[in-house]
Structure formats: C-alpha cells, structure tokens
Unconditional design. Structure first.
Lengths: 158, 190
C-alpha cells in the first residue's frame, strides 16, 4: 500500500473504508491516518459520498409486495400416498354402508346403491304432506310445504 | 459436498423451500430482497414505476427458476442482482430506441443560478447527474456504492474483471465530482 494506491482507492470507492477492497482495507486505513497530505482527497471523497446519498432509493409499498407475492406459484396439493391407500383408521365404503350378503355371497356395490336410492325415494314420497301430489308444480309443492305464497322465478308473488 | 469455489449461500435453503411450494419461504425471500432490488432499479432507471416493473419481473424469473437452482460459485442474491441489472439494461436500450419526436425534454443538469438549493432540488440534481452517467458506470456505482456489494460480487454481476470495475467506478466518481462541484461548494462549503 502506497499513496498512489490509496488515492486510487479513494477515487474509486469513496471515503468509507467499508467500501474499500477487503484485502487492502487495513493497510489503506493505516496509511490514511498516517498521511495528512491525503486528508483533502479523503474529505473530497466524503463530500461526494454525502451527495450520492441523496439519490432516491425507491419505495416498496404493500401494493407492490402483494403484486409480487400473487405471482408466486401456488402451494402444491397434498397427494395421496402410493397405492391410494387410506390413512390408517379411516373408514371405507364397506364400513360406512354395510352390504349384507345372502348365502355368503355379497351383493354387488352398484345394486346396493340402486337399492338404497329406491328406498330413499319411496321414503321421501311417504313424507310428503297429504295435500301434495306428484302432479303439482314445484311452486305449488313449496307452497304446500311452507304455507307461504308461491314465489315466481323473477321474485314476484303469485 | 461443496465443490471448489462454492460459497455458502444464505438463501440456499430458502430457495429449495420456495421450489417445494412453501408459501412462508416465498414471503421470506420476497421480504429479504425486494428493497435491495427496488434500489437497484430505481437508481439505474431513475423511475419508481419502471423500477417496480423490474422488481416484479425479477421475481417472476425467481419463481420460474427456483426449482432449477443449483448452489455453485454465485449466490442466489448475486443471480437476482444480475437479472435485475440485465432487465434494466434492456429497458435503457428500449428507451434509446424511442424516436426523437417522442423523446422527453432533457432536464438541464448544469449549475443552477440559484445558490440556495432546497433539499428537493438537490435530490433532483443528484439524480439527474446519476442518470446522465453512462449506464455501465452507473451500474458499477449502484452495486458497489449503494448496494455495498464486494468488488468480486459486483464484477461477477457485471461480468467484468475487478480491475475493469474499479475503472468504471473511478470514471463515474470523477465525472460526478466535476459536475457537482458547485453543489458541493453550496452545500458543504468544500
């Protein structure tokens, strides 16, 4: 490190030793403090540093941050483990709907589902009030069920 | 196992988590770097609006490349800075291609006759001189002086040698010192 190199450092990097090349910093600082003839150069560099500090750095507001985050890829969906096995303890279809077997032969699943649907339909029909029959419109059925005026599709009362 | 020349990357684990879809990691990566990237864009381009677009574009590239990132010589932050600088260069190139008829009025960056400069006027003057620097000199100054990157990091981002970087910095500062000598006298009496 000599005066020429220290001048070059001040000219390129300014007066703040934090900006000086790391490998030369200690030697440059020692020379700067020991060499008063370079005080003017250091002062001029410091003045320019202070002026440069006035240049705007831009602002980051929440709107910008949000826009950036919104472009990030969405979280990945959790996938089932291999084999499609349920988690231990989770009930399967056969546990939820016990399918009876006749003579040791289990009823096929589609037949069971059909049978259940028929039962539900018959049950719903039995639950209808006596004043309602299947020939009535939806509006009239609602009126019979709830006792209120029928409401047309556009919201007007009948 | 880390290879020769590899350095520990403070963002390495975070980038891996971003690639895995970890939303908390996404937020953390954004919060770590968004201010620095904004500063690069703002000082290189002289426009808040343009800088915001650069920031958004950088992060789009981050999302697209996180899964492909491999630790190596450069850190992820260095890579992001390089992307930002290149995007800024592209934008500056497009500005130069604007026809003369549509060119904005050039602000007179000469010495002001009014010796008593207000802070806002001073800021505008500094920014004007900064924007008048050749873009490579400006980029070197932004990375070293403002971002506080080391010489080797800045040189790597600009794809030049440390000697070339130092030359760019010297020329930039010499020019600014010369152009701002009147302001220095007004403001600091030096």
């Amino acid at each position: 490190m000599d005066k020429k190199r220290l001048s070059a450092i001040l000219e390129a990097y300014g007066a703040d030793p934090a900006h000086w090349p790391a490998a030369e910093r200690a030697a440059a600082l020692a020379l700067a403090e020991a060499e008063p003839s370079l005080a003017n150069e250091r002062s001029a560099a410091a003045t320019l540093d202070r002026l440069l500090a006035k240049a705007p750095a831009g602002t980051v507001d929440n709107a910008l941050r949000t826009r950036v985050l919104e472009t990030a890829p969405p979280p990945r969906m959790r996938t089932l483990p291999k084999g499609g096995r349920r988690a231990r303890g989770a009930p399967g279809f056969n546990e939820i709907i016990r399918i009876p077997s006749f003579g040791g032969v289990a009823i096929a699943r589609p037949v069971a589902i059909l049978a259940i649907a028929i039962c539900l339909g018959l049950g719903a029909g039995a639950l209808l009030p006596s004043g309602v029959d299947s020939a009535q419109s939806d509006t009239e059925v609602l009126n019979a069920l709830w006792g209120g005026p029928a409401i047309t599709q556009d919201g007007a009362n009948l | 196992m880390r290879g020769a020349g590899e350095r520990q990357d403070p963002d390495g684990d975070l980038v891996a988590r971003v690639a895995a879809g970890d939303q908390e990691a996404v937020r953390e990566l954004v919060d770590r770097h968004i201010i620095a990237l904004m500063a690069v864009g703002r000082r290189l381009l002289g426009s808040q609006h343009d800088a915001e677009e650069i920031v958004q574009e950088v992060f789009l590239r981050v999302w697209a490349n996180a899964a492909k990132w491999q630790p190596g010589r450069a850190t992820f932050a260095t890579w992001m800075h390089r992307v930002a600088i290149n995007l800024c260069y592209d934008r500056l190139r497009r500005r130069r291609e604007v026809t003369v008829e549509t060119m904005p009025e050039v602000v007179d960056a000469g010495p002001s006759p009014d010796k008593g400069l207000e802070d806002e006027a001073l800021t505008k003057r500094i920014e004007s001189e900064l924007q008048a620097l050749p873009e490579r000199q400006r980029a070197a100054l932004v990375l070293c002086h403002y971002q506080g990157l080391s010489q080797s990091e800045a040189a790597e981002i600009l794809n030049i040698s440390v000697e070339a970087l130092e030359s760019l910095l010297s020329r930039a500062r010499r020019r600014l010192k010369d152009r701002l000598s009147d302001v220095a006298q007004d403001y600091f009496g030096t």
